[in-house]
Design a protein around this ligand. Structure first.
Ligand SMILES: [Zn+2]
Length: 250
């Protein structure tokens, strides 16, 4: 998948399990949400090898694109390193940095990384060394999940609605001149449950899309997306992603 879609899928899935996590975690919901988002993009940090050269990025070596960074061990290592860095930057005390917070942060980052692997297994013609350093590659299932403007809009719409449901107009109602709106605000528990259900539906649709879509050719990809979205929501995204891809890999 494109890196942003990975991050958004991680965030959405993180919100689904949040009611379970927040009961035990020393981290805030916001911190865990960011950790899922960031962790789900971390495997694509292998783009840094592009700085050395295009042949290095596309090489068949452990450090190249979609190699060690896209394995169970690689995602755990990245999560451990980035978790330590984040706590060093943001932790309020050293005791916090050494304790449960670190384990929870690494856990959320790693779960994001594992979701990244899941999303990339569907990329046609690009199997992943999931069990690296053990040999063997998996995936390349020829589905469309690896790049889809439909998924991008799905995630963005979910986040926008979720945010709006949490913030508007109930938060504005705290302003004096919107005082009257408070009476119309649904109970907080109902709002939270509705937003959670929305994230569940988005996560389900993401998985369902990756399982049921098929990739045969670029023209079939276009025709399939035109059954899901208006043209104006597809091609600006493909042009933007194409530009970025050429910029980083050309
Ligand atoms: Zn990837």
């Amino acid at each position: 998948m494109i890196t942003l879609n990975h991050g958004l899928s991680g965030y959405v899935c993180g919100r689904v399990v949040m009611p379970l996590l927040k009961r035990r975690s020393p981290l805030s919901e916001r911190a865990m949400g960011w950790a899922f988002f960031l962790g789900a993009m971390l495997p694509d940090v292998d783009i840094l090898t592009r700085l050395v050269g295009r042949p290095v990025y596309f090489a068949d070596a452990w450090y190249a694109h979609r190699h060690a960074s896209h394995s169970i061990l690689g995602t755990l290592t990245l999560a451990a390193l980035v978790g330590a860095l984040l706590l060093r930057l943001f932790a309020r005390s050293q005791a916090c940095a050494r304790g449960r917070s670190y384990a929870w942060l690494v856990g959320c980052l790693w779960c994001g990384g594992l979701l990244h692997i899941l999303g990339d297994l569907y990329t046609p013609g690009r199997p992943l060394p999931v069990l690296w350093p053990w040999p063997g590659t998996y995936g390349a299932w020829r589905h469309i999940g690896w790049f889809s403007p439909y998924l991008l809009w799905l995630f963005l719409a979910t986040l926008a609605i979720g945010w709006a449901a949490g913030a508007l107009p109930w938060r504005w109602a705290s302003l004096r001149r919107w005082e009257g709106l408070r009476r119309w605000a649904p109970p907080r528990a109902l709002r939270n449950a509705s937003v959670w259900l929305l994230y569940c539906l988005a996560a389900y649709r993401w998985i369902d899309f990756m399982l049921t879509s098929r990739y045969e050719s670029w023209s079939q990809w276009e025709a399939y997306h035109l059954t899901l979205l208006p043209e104006a929501m597809i091609f600006p995204v493909t042009r933007g992603v194409g530009l970025m891809w050429r910029l980083f890999t050309g």
